[in-house]
Design a protein around this ligand. Sequence first.
Ligand code: MN
Length: 259
Amino acid sequence: MSTNLAGLIEDLANGNARVVDLTVPLSPETPVIALPEMFAQSPPLSVEQISRYDDAGPAWYWNTLTLGEHTGTHFDAPAHWVTGSDLPDNATDTIPPSQLIAPACVLDFSAESEADADFLLEPEHIEAWEAAHGAIPAGSWVLFRTDWSKNTSPGAFFNADEDGPHTPGPSAAAVRLLAEERDVLGFGVETVGTDAGQAGGFDPPFPCHNIMHGAGKFGLASLANLDQLPPTGALVFAAPLKIVDGSGSPVRVLAIVSG
Ligand code: MN
């Protein structure tokens, strides 16, 4: 093979490669998306202790978790959206494992997102990034760096007013470019969902869900530490729990980067 796995193992041991954790802590306080009130809501994480070195279990500690599949840092499978509902291998248990490890292109629009919470990634932004860093390869994650994960208070993270949430995301045209022309693996964000806060009013509504999942692509939401990744060259491990017919799952997302 052309790759040198022994070299990678050695690089990880001696610090010439390192692991970056792209995951937020998962607790009952971890923010979960809020839908308009006519729709059913996904609960936050709740934790019930089974035992903790006590009468219920003198030598062991364990908990029961209750949570929605789309809680905290999580993976969106194509089955999450109606447009992806009839695709083959569209659920967390049937996605081929070869698609759970992939290179990443990190598009830094943190300054634009700080200046405008409703910043939309457009095709011209993607093309400008490619002019600087090269074409986005098929099968890559596109990770949209906004530094939004640094808004750790729920108020700042959701940034909602009477018009709903104001958070950055991709336009429908940008999603079409990535899904249909670049044939990316999926789109990852630092916000609570892969679409912009105002995307319920876009055409189509929630284009990153509608178009990406309709094309069999994935999503990653509530990522962190994208500011520690290079524009290209990171290798991302994002493997959802193997839930039978799952629409997604919480996930520990890790990236390997050079030195
Ligand atoms: Mn989701």
